[in-house]
Write a protein that binds this ligand. Structure first.
Ligand SMILES: C[S@@+](CC[C@H](N)C(=O)[O-])C[C@H]1O[C@@H](n2cnc3c(N)ncnc32)[C@H](O)[C@@H]1O
Length: 313
C-alpha cells in the first residue's frame, strides 16, 4: 500500500478544491445517515460528500475514505480536519475495501458511496494527461499518483491491436468514429510513437474535427474518456466492488452510486437487479435519480449524472 510519489504536501493541502459535488442533496437524503454510523466514501475527491457525511455521523461515527490520487487525500484530509470523529484515509483502489476493512478490524459498514470518474481538480491539473486541453503532458491517464503503474494510455495507443483500440473507443467512449480513429492511430504509430497529449489530439482533430465543429463537446472528449476508463480498469473495479456489497454492508446498509456514462449506469442497474433477484438486496429507486435543471445550469458537469441506490436485506 501507499507507494506515493514524493509530493509537496504543504503546498497541496492549501489548494482549495474547485470540484462541485454532484447530486449532493439527493445522496445525503437517501443515505439515511445518522450518528455513529460507519461510512465508506470510495471516491473521496474534493471531500464534498465526505464533509456532509461527517456532519451527520459525528462524534461516534467512522469515515473510511479512499482515493487513488494522493493530492485528493491530502487536500480532503485538511478540509475534514474540523470534524471531530474518527477518519481513516487510504490511497487505495476502492475495490480493495474488503482488505481495508480487515486491516481496520471492521466486519461490516453501514453505508458505501461511489461517485465515479474524475474530479474537476484532476481535469484542471492532474499533470498526467487526463485532460485533452493540457497538450504538453504525457499520455499517462492513471488516476493513481502511485509509482506502480500497470499501463499508461501511451502503452495502449502504441501496442494494442487496431480492433482492440476500436473496441475501447466504441464501448468506453461511445465514439461512433471508433474504427476510423483506431485505423489512423495504427498507421501513425508506424512512423512515430504516441507520447504527449498533443500527439493524440492533433490526430483526432485531423480525422474527425470537422464532425464535431458545431457540437457542444470537443472532438477528443470521448476518446480521452475511453482511454482513461481502460487505463484505470474502471468498469472491472466497479463491478467487483458492487458485488462485494452484501459481504461488507450490514443488513439495512445502503450503497449509492453516481455514474457519468451509460456503460457504467447499465452495469450498476444490472448488478443491482441481479442482487434483488438473488434476494440479498432491494433497489431503493427503481427509476434513476438525475440532477434538477438548476444544478445542471450551475454545474454543466452534472448533466449526465445518474444516481442509483441499493439497500441490503
Ligand atoms: C468525481 S470525483 C469524487 C468527488 C467527491 N464525491 C466530492 O464530493 O468531492 C472521483 C474521485 O474518485 C477517484 N477514483 C476514481 N476511481 C477510483 C478507484 N477505483 N479507487 C479509488 N478512487 C478512485 C478519483 O481519483 C477522483 O478523485
Amino acid at each position: 500500500m501507499n507507494q506515493n510519489i514524493k509530493r509537496d504536501e504543504d503546498k497541496i493541502k492549501n489548494w482549495k478544491t474547485i470540484h462541485k459535488p454532484v447530486l449532493l442533496q439527493e445522496i445525503i437524503e437517501n443515505l439515511n445517515l445518522g450518528e455513529g454510523q460507519m461510512v465508506f466514501d470510495g471516491t473521496l475527491g474534493g471531500g464534498g460528500y465526505s464533509e456532509e457525511i461527517c456532519k451527520k455521523i459525528l462524534p461516534s461515527g467512522i469515515l473510511i475514505a479512499t482515493d487513488l490520487d494522493s493530492d485528493a487525500i491530502i487536500r480532503s484530509k485538511k478540509r475534514l480536519e474540523v470534524f471531530n470523529l474518527e477518519k481513516k484515509f487510504f490511497q487505495e483502489n476502492y475495490s480493495n475495501i474488503q482488505k481495508i476493512l480487515e486491516e481496520l478490524k471492521i466486519e461490516k459498514i453501514d453505508k458505501m458511496i461511489l461517485d465515479l470518474g474524475i474530479s474537476s481538480d484532476q481535469l484542471a491539473s492532474s499533470g498526467r494527461g487526463i485532460s485533452f486541453q493540457n497538450l504538453d503532458e504525457d499520455l499517462d491517464m492513471n488516476l493513481s499518483t502511485s509509482l506502480k503503474k500497470e499501463k499508461k494510455a501511451s502503452d495502449i495507443l502504441n501496442t494494442y491491436s487496431e480492433e482492440d483500440l476500436a473496441d475501447i473507443f466504441f464501448y468506453y467512449g461511445g465514439e461512433r468514429a471508433s474504427k476510423k480513429i483506431a485505423k489512423a492511430i495504427f498507421e501513425a504509430r508506424k512512423e512515430k510513437e504516441f507520447k504527449k497529449v498533443k500527439d493524440l489530439v492533433d490526430l483526432i482533430e485531423e480525422e474527425i474535427g470537422y464532425f464535431y465543429k458545431n457540437k457542444k463537446i470537443h472532438s477528443a472528449t470521448k476518446i480521452f474518456q475511453a482511454l482513461r476508463i481502460a487505463v484505470n480498469d474502471e468498469i472491472k473495479n466497479l463491478e467487483k466492488t458492487l458485488k462485494l456489497s452484501p459481504k461488507i454492508l450490514k443488513s439495512g446498509g445502503i450503497v449509492g452510486v453516481v455514474t457519468f456514462h451509460s456503460l457504467e449506469d447499465s452495469l450498476v442497474k444490472r448488478v443491482f437487479r441481479e442482487m434483488e433477484d438473488m434476494g440479498v438486496a432491494e433497489r431503493i429507486n427503481k427509476k434513476v435519480i438525475k440532477p434538477k435543471w438548476n444544478e445542471v445550469k450551475d454545474n454543466p458537469r452534472a448533466r449526465s449524472a445518474k444516481l442509483r441506490l441499493l439497500k441490503i436485506i
